[in-house]
Design a protein around this ligand. Structure first.
Ligand code: LLP
Length: 422
């Protein structure tokens, strides 16, 4: 490819934007727009970039399903040997359907319901990442009543600033996540005496889209201090779950490469025997996907020009929710001398917050195709049916082949759950 974009598997061949060997113009013609398009090669190499730096050290990469929960993507990771980090019974159902081994599944989240605990106990998951004393007590009762033992880690909140967007930082004292660091040791002691509970590990996750290594090391240092205190209390752990959160490049960020991040963790972990778990989400899928959309209308205003495209905030919420910046590029690269204008790239949803990008210099006409880059993580997974818009199709490219991994929703499906009054 002549010019690479978010991944070495996405770029222009001639003037045509391609994912692997497939032109996106062909995908739009075959499957319509808006459409999420993923590269199998990019997903595979992202997984390997996390898995291989561990070498012979005991570890498990638990892909954070929330980032992108399409069954084909979960299946691909399961086949590569991935474990999974889930946050609901629905995500557990997905990973089981995708063929995952339940003994490679960890269950995070602050609000696990009884039925979700029962489902996960029956499935035989690797570990519950417990986030509060009341959750621990409930899990003990549920497991004991079923005559089984729940493996647990306590998710500790290390009070470390990950220096990311406030909506996606989770490891600060004022966040709802995890058990306050000062209370964790006592809670472990309580856990060690509860029926139906087996202490398996410790867990910590400080936030998302973290673009530097020090916050991870600060959190790890605190966790290791606690591991040593627990050892003094006679509590031994099988694994240390260090969460996810490694950032990706959307624009000009320069996050550490996975091998640099993992190398730094392994250095700090030297001499420890516990298995290491990581829960990456975004870094495995974010730059392996894009959102393909078509320009419906151009509106040339007095102050601003608008390009109204057929994708909207319901398809990709990140710009509206976090003011996130995603690159937006033409599917057919402009020729020299074509007139470029500055546009607001907006969707059809009736909200002023419905934008995909501000101030983008592009040469557009109605019908032009655009690719919103780095949309593989928290794109489709956070989409909604707002404005009764059917959710987009999803296509996975594998070499020269295009697999439809989720068909576009129909309006009938959207209306199907509602009931009219008698
Ligand atoms: N583990 C836990 C317990 C988490 O809460 C998360 C993400 C992850 C792992 C994966 O984090 P990652 O590696 O993807 O950073 N919707 C937001 C991101 C929310 C992240 C929530 N938790 C966004 O679009 O930026």
């Amino acid at each position: 490819m002549s010019q690479l974009l978010c991944s070495e598997h996405v770029g222009y061949q001639g003037r045509q934007l391609c994912v692997e060997e497939v032109r996106l113009s062909r995908i739009a013609a075959e499957f319509g727009t808006p459409c999420f398009v993923y590269s199998r090669a990019a997903l595979t190499s992202a997984f390997e970039s996390f898995d291989s730096p561990f070498g012979a050290s005991a570890h498990l990469i638990c892909y954070a399903v929330k980032a992108n929960s399409n069954l084909a993507i979960l299946q691909l990771f399961a086949r590569l040997g991935s474990g999974f980090d889930i946050v609901s019974g629905g995500e557990l159902a997905r990973v089981l359907k995708a063929g995952a081994d339940p003994r490679r599944v960890v269950f995070s989240g602050v609000g696990k319901r009884v039925d979700e605990m029962e489902f996960a106990l029956d499935a035989g998951i690797l570990c519950f990442n417990v986030e509060s004393q009341s959750e621990l007590q409930r899990l003990s009762q549920v497991a004991h009543a079923r005559g089984v033992v729940a493996p647990v880690s306590i998710r500790v909140n290390p009070d470390v600033d990950p220096k990311t967007h406030p909506y996606i930082s989770t490891g600060l004292k004022n966040n709802k996540f995890g058990v306050p660091f000062e209370q964790a040791r006592a809670l472990y002691r309580e856990a060690s005496a509860l029926p139906g509970i087996r202490i398996s590990g410790i867990d910590c996750h400080i936030g998302s889209q973290i673009t530097e290594i020090p916050p991870f090391l600060d959190a790890l240092e605190k966790v290791l201090g606690l591991v040593d205190s627990l050892h003094a209390d006679g509590i031994e752990l099988d694994h240390l779950d260090l969460g996810g959160g490694l950032g990706i490049r959307y624009r000009d960020e320069s996050p550490p490469a996975p091998n640099a991040y993992i190398g730094a963790l392994l250095e700090a972990l030297a001499g420890r025997s516990q298995r290491i778990l990581l829960e990456p989400g975004r870094a495995l899928v974010g730059n392996a996907g894009l959102l393909l959309t078509r320009v419906e209308y151009l509106k040339h205003g007095t102050e601003r020009n608008f390009a109204v495209v057929d994708a909207a905030m319901n398809d990709l919420m990140r710009p509206a929710l976090y003011e996130a910046w995603h690159d937006i590029v033409p599917v057919q690269q402009q020729a020299d001398g074509e007139r470029v204008e500055r546009y607001e790239i907006v969707g059809p949803v009736c909200e002023s917050g419905d934008f995909l990008g501000h101030d983008r210099d592009l040469s557009l006409a109605p019908g032009s195709l655009l690719a919103v880059m780095s949309a593989g993580a928290y794109g489709m997974a956070m989409s909604s049916n707002y404005n009764t818009r059917p959710r987009a199709a999803e296509v996975l490219i594998d070499g020269a082949q295009a697999h439809l991994i989720r068909r576009r929703e129909t309006i009938e499906e959207l209306l199907g759950g509602d009931n009219l009054l008698p």
